[in-house]
Design a protein around this ligand. Structure first.
Ligand SMILES: Nc1ncnc2c1ncn2[C@@H]1O[C@H](COP(=O)(O)OP(=O)(O)OP(=O)(O)O)[C@@H](O)[C@H]1O
Ligand SMILES: [Mg+2]
Length: 390
């Protein structure tokens, strides 16, 4: 294995010395600087694999340093971790928004948390395989729609289940972010030993990748872990949304694929997920309202800087009504859909009420093959995109 180069930007000399010793002992090649300016110069000159920084710096604002690192192509794809004394939940959110991969508060177990993060499955893979060149990292896939009731949750779950089946040596988690009431626990028939609301009540010390891998429900026959969403509007209204970004980043550290049902939402939080997503699957119905509202959302995402090649479109017909013909719709939409799913009558609803993925309940239906093929292509494209950026 080639040596992994870690740059530490830490103004406190005794902390820096302790961290250099600990990190060197486990095999990192560590370089230490004490200010933001030195950090930027070193990072751009030496292009370390990992940058760990305190956000309270003597010369520059740490968040500004993170933004500069993310904005420069020499360091935009590096692993950047904040290890900082700023401990408020809103600090975490600001750090992640600035572009940190992981936010760790300086407390007694901070260095353990850092080591665990760097040794987390996908990081180990990423670092171990450095010697061999390009490798895939963990992936975030978001499901979104412009209208409700178009099949977003059903397709999100069935595609996640196929991903889990096809990438059988990888772990997959599905997160229900639909507010005020999510439907994923209901469709998959999951009990709620733990859900999103409970996760927001945990301290950052308790919420670790190990905890999630051990305690999240893994609904039978679906092949993934689930974070059930809110099932009560009262909870949803009081949900501390600033606690959600750290939960999402811990889920990403814990699982190879994180699939998020965003539903019909373009809130600040939804945009945070969408900006980070490697693929955004948008579900739309092939009728005039479906097309025009999806066009508005697509244009908004483009205007917000979400790269066009991350967006994938699925046309789905949850109702047996006549829509426009496919050519006319695609012409209006200005691009082809990745797949078009016909109306399946009562089958989809039946599979959902039996809490079963389509590939188990209706293995011979054409929709099952369509979803299967779509998932294969999605996995291949994610892998290809991962290879290209490294
Ligand atoms: N192609 C299809 N053929 C038949 N029924 C479908 C199809 N796609 C979805 N459905 C059914 O449509 C209903 C709504 O689906 P689902 O809950 O997945 O949509 P949604 O977009 O997530 O809705 P919500 O806005 O409530 O979150 C479900 O009963 C589902 O079984
Ligand atoms: Mg839904």
């Amino acid at each position: 294995m080639t040596e992994v180069h870690l740059l530490l930007i830490e103004p406190d000399e005794s902390i820096a010395t302790f961290m250099r010793q600990t990190l060197s002992r486990v095999g990192f090649h560590v370089q230490v600087v004490f200010s933001g300016k030195e950090g930027l110069i070193n990072a751009w000159r030496d292009q370390p694999d990992i940058i760990v920084l305190e956000l309270d710096l003597p010369d520059l604002d740490g968040l500004e340093v993170v933004r500069k690192l993310r904005g420069d192509q020499r360091t935009s794809r590096k692993i950047i971790v904040g290890l900082t004394s700023r401990s408020q939940p809103e600090d975490t959110t600001a750090g992640l928004e600035a572009g940190l991969d992981q936010y760790i508060v300086k407390q007694t177990d901070a260095i353990d948390t850092l080591l665990r993060y760097l040794a987390g499955e996908q990081r180990v893979g990423q670092l171990k395989q450095k010697a061999k060149g390009p490798i895939p990292s963990n992936h975030l896939i978001a499901f979104l729609s412009a209208k409700g009731g178009v099949g977003t949750s059903s397709l999100c779950l069935n595609i996640a289940s196929q991903i889990a089946r096809q990438a059988s040596n990888r772990t997959v988690a599905v997160l229900d972010l639909v507010l005020p009431i999510g439907s994923l626990a209901q469709i998959t028939g999951s009990k709620r030993p733990i859900d999103l609301v409970q996760l927001t009540e945990m301290s950052s010390g308790e919420l670790t990748p190990e905890f999630l891998r051990k305690n999240l429900p893994a609904p039978r026959s679906w092949g993934f872990y689930l974070v059930p969403g809110c099932d009560d509007p009262h909870q949803a209204v009081n949900l501390p949304t600033d606690r959600l970004p750290p939960i999402i980043q811990t889920l990403q550290a814990a699982f190879d694929y994180l699939v998020v049902d965003i539903g019909r939402d373009l809130s600040h939080l939804a945009m945070l997920v969408l900006r980070q997503a490697d693929a955004i699957v948008m579900i739309l119905t092939p009728d005039e309202l479906g097309i025009s509202s999806s066009l508005s959302v697509r244009n908004y995402l483009h205007a917000e800087g979400v790269p066009k090649d991350r967006l994938i479109f699925i046309s789905n017909r949850p109702l047996a009504t006549e829509g426009m013909n496919v050519d006319a719709i695609q012409a209006t939409f200005g691009q082809e859909f990745d797949i078009s799913i016909p109306n399946m009558g009562a089958s989809f609803h039946l599979a959902n009420s039996l809490h079963a993925p389509l590939h188990l309940r209706f293995p011979e239906e054409s929709i099952t093959f369509t979803i299967d093929r779509f998932s294969t292509n999605l996995l291949q494209n994610l892998k290809r995109a991962g290879d290209k950026v490294r």
